[in-house]
Design a protein. Sequence first.
Lengths: 369, 402
Amino acid sequence: MLNVLMLGVGQCGNRILDSINKEAFGGNGASKLAKYYLRPKFPSRVETLAINTAVNDLKELRFTTAKDRLHVPNLHGVGANRNVGKQAFMDNRDMIMGEIEKRGDFDVAFVITSTSGGTGSSFSPLLINELKRQYRNITIITVAVLPFREEGSIYLQNAAFCMKELMEVEAEGILLADNQYIKRFSGDIATAYDKINGMIAQRLLFLIESLDSEMLSVTDLGDFKTVMNGGLRIGTMGFYQADSKNLSIRDAIENSFKPANLLYPANVADDAARAMVIIQGSREHLDVDEITKEIERISASAGHVFKGIVVKKGRPKVLSVFTLASAPELESIYAQAARGMQDEKEKRSRARKQLDDAFAHIEDLEEIY
Amino acid sequence: MHRCDVFWMRRSFVLSSLVCLMIVILLIQAACCKESDDDDDEVTFKDFNLNLGDRIDLGDYQMELIEIQSVRDGLVVMRISKVGGSLDEQRALLLDSANNFDGGAQKRGVTITVADIFDEQSAKVRVEYLPGIGTARKRTSERPAAVPDKPELSVQKIFDKSQISVGDEAKVTIIVKNTGTGQAQNINAQDIPPLPEFTYVVGYPPKIKETLDPGESDSAVYVVNAVKEGSIQVPAIVVTYTDGKKNAKSNSSEPLGVMIGPKSKADLVISVADTSPIALDEERLLNISISNQGTASATRIEVTGEVSPSDGLRASDLDKSFFEILPGDEVNYSAKLSGQKAGGYTIHLKASYDGGDGYVIRESTAQVAVLEREYKYQYLLLIIPVAILFAWIYRRYREYKY
């Protein structure tokens, strides 16, 4: 059995973690009161911990137990300032690591964070370093959420620097989710957030369940690490559940790679470096020949593809995980962030100059009373 | 009247008065002399209480009490002597008979009469004499009083039980003891008449030794069997005997009462403790006690029990046997009851036993109800889960409350 640590850092990470806990109660079908009469059912031994400097963000969580909410005391958040966030982490490092250590040893850790916020973007790289230092053999996967592009230049700037730092740490890989990309599925922002959080939660739990299941065709944590080490070590996940009208396994696999079902805009055929496809469903739907053929087809363009088949009663479900050999959308973000930072710098210079000109009017004068 | 005449008249009156007074004195004096002469001639008497050896001295006479020869016959031996030896006589005097010595009191001798005999040691003696021969005085003997040879028998008649029942045996003990100083002879114990309330089993009539020396005792035992109930006044036993002088004596025991109750019988009482209702499918012990409230042992006791109606209440171990239950004793045993069907049941217990007068049967019943299954705590079935649910929810609330 896998020992899994799921850390939700910052407001976004906390909410995704809360969605994961909610998913453990039965997903979107779970009642708000489910926590009063059900126990969360995780596929493996999963320990969750929501970390935040803003206590109000922790209070908003609904499906995460109190003991799994860790408030890092730093007034009320770090105000999207990563420098303040880093200082807060270093000041409370022992306390944070002590809380994690209480939860035992782990085979794999998922650090879920927004790249644009204050706490998450500043804590996560440092936290990953500490985890690697403390748990030598742990596999750390960062689940990084990219911001809406219109959220502002500071968020884009934070995302750019956070991603850079995340790439530099020793984590096994980064799974990207792009709010900007996913929000098209929902009308309003609040619904979009819930939808995005739910999608990420569903995919992560499916992944954990599959890695810890006895498979018809085996994929395990080692395969997953190999996939995540491919390309830029940045990847994303796609998921598809066949509907009753079309139970074709080939279509299900194909659909899981379609942009509509991905968390981050990517073209498998063009951008994928390595991939893993995990298929789950009733035995009658799992035609191994068809699966093999479809995987071979994907392999032709996406490089090595690991496949795992889990026999479980129900319609076919497919989770695709792949790493990218190129990330044009990231380049776009960095360019946008750089522009934003440049604009900010120019605005600040202009403002400073205007202020200096204003002060010049009174430069040789003294106060008269 | 002339003054000189008066003087002479007064003088003659005084003189005549003096003469009369002198004549009266002379007459009184003459009378007194006459009376003194009469006293010397008149017999006087004096009573003395004498013990053996005591003596009365009267002038030259000496009178000594020698022996009380027979109290019953009133014979006392006295010795009368006179200084100079003219009289020395030992004579047996009969009670209340005057005995003259030297012609008796009228002739300047003495007359002695035994007025009373107190016991074999002492008597009351009257001495009559003329005052002219002297004054009678008692001289107490300096010899120690002789111990009389006198047997005294004490008699006891003892029943070993003051209360017996018809059919019971009792032991009667006769104890005769010579507490006197002399030998008791010709002893004869008469324990009569035989009483109709008893049959005399053995040892009757009691036999006592014919002679008992001082301090010696003898006893006799006989056994009686009570045949008729009632309060009996047992007559005293009379023991007759004679002393060394063949004086006949007798003594008897104190009368005593004996209560003869009805014939002893065993009386068993069966009681059942705790006949409270029994729940359906419940098992419980029924405690049964059998006590003997009679006066005789019950033997070969067989207790049997039945339940009616026979189905619905299962009873096991109701039957029991005991060899003996002593009077006042109690035996206990338990039967196992098991309620099979709701309803009222009667448990009949019958004890047959030998009560000392043939076989007796005693019966007792006990009512036992088997109740329908109770649901009085059924509300707990609701309250407890609700409480558990609330506790669970509250715990979860606390678990998720931040």
